[in-house]
Design a protein around this ligand. Structure first.
Ligand SMILES: Nc1ncnc2c1ncn2[C@@H]1O[C@H](COP(=O)(O)OP(=O)(O)OP(=O)(O)O)[C@@H](O)[C@H]1O
Ligand SMILES: [Mg+2]
Length: 396
């Protein structure tokens, strides 16, 4: 029975746990005691982590591996990526490589590595204090300001002009080290790659729809719909990024914009994407992507991945609501009964306050749909948006 060490299961990790069990793997879970308690019956061993700092995840994962000798180690979230990569390295297990994990954790390191490899990306500068980058930014406005190691779009801000720059400096000068980039324009995509020993087994291009500036929070992901030119550019860039990172084994999630001059890298992560992209890509390829990732981590064969073809289209949607107090949620049951609707989740109830969507966690609902072709998918997307309505009233 293969042994899988899961470093942090988080809120999205259940499908991985189920996939591991289906493969009859024994699962050891490194988790906080409170979260582990909820999953105690589903796992074979629990290794508690003393806190949620990256160093503490590493301490717990390395300790667990020393005692339990797993055949594979897998991290799902950002704070656990380094812990799992360190553990894989020490124990000779499949993994993205320590170098790829380190680079994945830091957007400024990504810029350095991609610049050296000659890959297309925005102009950038790293600054210890936002105000110190004023001259650099003035020549390149609009720019984007972002933390080096964050996710969920938190702290990512488009600065369109000089007045907005002064405002941003006023608010963020004391924030410490930041990355400032030229803002590139063009539609945005992601590329999901399943990789074994540096070879891409499956690459997928997803169309990303973001909400309004300045926060760019994702409101939809469409799989199986991208135009051929975008697919070709994404597949090529994905392979270049895998090589530049020194990525060995696992899943890569790359984000890029397709500008008038070709693709420009936004960022990359050597871990599972969020936003139900795993489910959306799985639906399109008739694959359990979670199982594929577990198989890669355990060094098991992945014949279904190698055979996979694009069969249909899918979309992961995040309906929004006007800021205010929720009066009613309409259309949930109606949607659930419709063909092609794979999942509907609404995270707010009447009486709850809904704020403006500044980061992914602010989004009040999530829906997953599938369709035979891009045209039918667009109809399904419009249908979801017209049916699921979160009615709010202003908070006075
Ligand atoms: N240089 C840039 N030019 C244009 N748009 C950008 C740039 N940098 C970031 N963005 C936009 O901001 C979004 C969030 O930025 P980024 O991916 O770097 O942050 P994040 O916190 O990791 O976000 P998430 O976890 O939501 O992917 C991007 O998806 C993109 O839409
Ligand atoms: Mg991103």
């Amino acid at each position: 029975m293969p042994k899988l060490l899961l470093v942090g299961v988080g809120e999205l990790g259940l499908p991985y746990l189920i996939a591991a069990k289906r493969l009859q793997a024994s699962v050891g879970l490194v988790e906080t005691p409170s979260r582990a308690a909820l999953l105690r019956d589903l796992v074979d061993e629990v290794f508690p982590v003393a806190g949620t700092a990256e160093e503490q995840w590493s301490e717990a994962a390395l300790g667990a591996a020393a005692r339990w000798s797993p055949d594979g180690v897998l991290a799902l979230g950002e704070p656990q990526v380094l812990a799992a990569a360190l553990t894989a390295e020490r124990h000779g297990l499949p993994g993205p490589s320590l170098g790829a994990a380190v680079v994945s954790r830091n957007k400024a390191l990504q810029r350095a590595v991609f610049a050296a490899a000659g890959l297309p990306q925005p102009a950038f500068t790293v600054t210890e204090r936002l105000g110190a980058a004023a001259d650099w930014a003035a020549e390149r406005l609009p720019v984007v300001v972002k933390p080096l190691s964050s996710s969920g779009s938190s702290g990512v801000e488009l600065v369109p002009d000089g007045a907005a720059w002064a405002d941003a400096v006023g608010r963020r000068d004391g924030e410490g080290r930041l990355l400032v980039e030229s803002a590139v324009t063009g539609p945005e995509f992601s590329w999901e790659g399943l990789v074994r020993d540096g070879r891409v087994l499956l690459g997928n291009v997803t169309e990303k729809e973001t909400g309004p500036a300045p926060y760019f929070v994702e409101v939809a992901h469409r799989v199986g719909t991208a135009a051929p030119a975008a697919v070709t550019a994404g597949q090529h860039l994905g392979r270049q990024v895998v090589e530049a990172l020194g990525m060995r084994t696992g899943i890569v999630h790359l984000e890029f914009r397709l500008t008038a001059d070709g693709p420009a890298i936004i960022e990359v992560a050597v871990r599972t994407p969020g936003d139900s992209i795993m489910d959306a890509v799985g639906l399109v390829h008739g694959l359990d992507l979670y199982e594929a990732v577990v198989r890669l981590a355990l060094g098991l064969p992945t014949p279904a991945v190698e055979r996979a073809r694009q069969l249909r289209c899918s979309a992961s949607l995040f309906p929004t609501a006007a800021p205010g107090r929720v009066v009613a949620v309409h259309g949930t049951a109606d949607l659930r009964g419709r063909p092609g609707v794979a999942r509907v989740h609404v995270g707010v109830r009447p009486g709850d306050a809904v704020g403006p969507v500044r980061c992914s966690a602010d989004r009040p609902a999530a829906v997953l749909v599938e369709a035979a072709d891009p045209e039918s998918l667009e109809k399904a997307v419009a249908d979801v948006r017209a049916t699921l309505l979160i009615e709010t009233e202003p908070i006075l």
